[in-house]
Design a binder for this molecule. Structure first.
Ligand SMILES: O=P(O)(O)OC[C@H]1O[C@H](OP(=O)(O)OP(=O)(O)O)[C@H](O)[C@@H]1O
Ligand SMILES: NC(=O)CC[C@H](N)C(=O)O
Ligand code: SF4
Ligand SMILES: [Mg+2]
Length: 507
């Protein structure tokens, strides 16, 4: 029998992953403040974006210190560690891996030498030309005597480490000059927060796939993946970092430079599921978007039922919208254990089979004899819905009608979310009624693509919808030059197919 190995593991059910989040990035420039603790609190509020590893780098103006480990922010840091990390600026990261395995050597921030000192870098996103960047790193090493240096030499296999290595620059270049020369050559989705000994930098890719915001403290500045992290540390929201913009923050304030023209393609899934509901992206409240998706779902798919319940937490705003629009009463049918995150002591096989019940329990007194509409934000592999429907029936529900506030997920994401490979997506090649049968529901309905997009209040052409439509707004490289384990493969000299190997690009 497989046994728990005592190591913290990202997945309760390792072979049954839903959509995973991505990464959270945070940076603060505030001489005189406890920058490590501010970063800790900022990362705490971004924990939902990445739960595999966490790290903070601080600088006192002369030297950069970094501390990182596997696990949640609260597991990695304690008071003593944070007290020892003094300085005037800091960056932080919580990771969900998309290029490079989930292990210590791949935790962020990454560190690397520059022409004048050291750079520390934190990244949310996923690059689509990692293979080209790896070639550039190799050529640079060749030109410099063939010696592999920095984190790559220590086994870092992430796209982030490639960028860190390239930020070393050429003789006479400042970090800012190197970054402005390098950023236009990087393709894919990226929000970088990075620093040298005295300056904090932030850059967002020209498509603005992932969110990144700037905030103001009384005596300093903050950058963060999502607005709620600003509120957590007492910073006021100033503005989003623009797609294609790089900012630099030091004692002279904020300087902005544009390294590419903006061609916005914001991730629609941030509105559906990824971001916190109290975030706003491109001026649109995520909570309002989700409630509106629920209302629209009700307009498109009515139901004859007694109660509307959400699959907590992420299904709640859409369920509120569905109940409001349909007039069917909203109630809670599940209790979610607030202490169950996604990082667990790896359970044994027997425990795994009980797994999903660690998170959700059905409220029998509410459900018995009722015709239930259950609302969730998305179906990826279908495991959550299968378990949800089973629990509702066991609790005595008379009918179970599943309503989903995003369209069927049919395509993998290459821009920072590690969706199951195409073959594992339940909607790949299956009709809606086949999916309903597979999850055991009396009926199943999804919102339309137009309905979802309309609820975000963003023009369709400014959004990425690839996982629903298969239309990838940023060109993808050939199969052998992509994949989560691209750089591990390169190290082994082999050519193992990646998790998306069966995927066929449509463009
Ligand atoms: O079809 P599946 O492969 O099961 O994935 C879909 C589920 O995963 C997500 O929730 P998740 O449990 O990850 O997190 P949440 O508690 O934040 O909603 C999402 O909200 C769906 O409920
Ligand atoms: N999900 C992310 O944003 C991951 C960042 C980066 N691609 C990594 O794998 O470390
Ligand atoms: S493919 Fe889906 S999850 Fe990935 S960036 Fe596009 S909309 Fe977001
Ligand atoms: Mg969910």
């Amino acid at each position: 029998m497989a046994r728990g190995d005592g190591f913290l593991n990202h997945d309760l059910l390792p072979n049954e992953k839903g959509p995973q989040d991505e990464c959270g990035v945070f940076g603060v420039w505030a001489p005189g403040e406890e920058v490590a603790k501010l970063t800790y609190y900022g990362l705490y509020s971004l924990q939902h974006r990445g739960q595999e590893s966490a790290g903070i780098a601080t600088s006192d103006g002369a030297r950069i210190n970094v501390y990182k480990d596997m696990g949640l922010v609260s597991q990695v840091f304690d008071e003593n560690t944070l007290n020892s990390m003094t300085g005037q600026l800091a960056i932080g990261h919580c990771r969900y891996s998309t290029t490079g395995a989930s292990h210590w050597a791949n935790a962020q921030p990454t560190l690397g030498p520059t022409q004048t000192g050291t750079v520390a870098l934190a990244h949310n996103g996923n690059l689509t030309n990692s293979a080209d960047l790896a070639d550039m790193v190799a050529a640079k090493q060749q030109a410099e005597g063939g010696k592999v240096r920095g984190e790559i030499a220590q086994g870092n296999t992430t796209d982030t480490a490639l960028v860190t290595a390239l930020l070393a620059g050429s003789e006479g270049q400042t970090l800012e000059e190197t970054a402005l020369e390098l950023l236009p050559k990087i393709e894919g989705a990226f929000c970088f927060v990075f620093m040298n000994e005295d300056t904090l930098y932030a850059a967002r890719d020209p498509h603005g796939v992932r969110p990144l915001v700037l905030g103001r403290l009384n005596r300093g500045w903050v950058v963060a993946s999502e607005q709620p992290a600003l509120a957590t540390v007492g910073a006021s929201f100033i503005r989003e970092i623009e797609p294609g913009e790089m900012i630099a923050i030091d004692e002279n304030g904020v300087r902005s430079t544009r390294f590419a023209e903006a061609t916005p393609k914001g991730c629609v899934f941030e509105y559906v599921y990824l971001a916190r509901p109290d975030a706003a992206i491109a001026g649109r409240s995520v909570y309002e978007s989700r409630v509106e998706m629920g209302r629209q779902l009700a307009r498109e798919n009515s139901a004859d039922a007694d109660i509307v319940i959400p699959v907590p937490e992420s299904g709640t705003p859409a369920a509120i919208g569905y109940a409001e629009e349909s007039g069917i009463p909203f109630t809670h049918g599940f209790v979610k254990n607030a202490y169950v995150g996604r990082t667990f002591i790896q359970p044994s096989q027997t425990l795994r089979q009980l797994g999903i019940k660690l998170k959700l329990n059905a409220l029998e007194t509410v459900l018995r004899g009722k015709r239930v509409v259950v609302v969730d934000d998305s179906i990826v592999r279908g495991n959550t819905q299968r378990a949800v429907v089973r629990m509702l029936r066991e609790a005595g529900a008379a009918e179970v009608h599943v309503k989903i506030s995003s369209p069927p997920v049919k395509w993998p994401c290459f821009y920072g979310i590690d969706f199951a490979s195409r073959a594992e997506l339940i909607a790949n090649g299956a009709a809606v009624d086949e999916i309903a049968t597979s999850i055991g529901a009396d009926s199943l309905a999804y919102i339309s693509e137009d309905g979802m997009i309309e609820a975000t209040r963003q023009p369709r052409e400014r959004l990425c919808t690839a996982c629903f439509t298969g239309e990838y707004p940023i060109a993808l490289p050939n199969e052998e030059r992509r994949g989560k384990n691209l750089l591990e493969r390169a190290n082994q000299g082999g050519c193992e197919p990646g998790p998306d190997a069966e995927f066929e690009a449509t463009n």
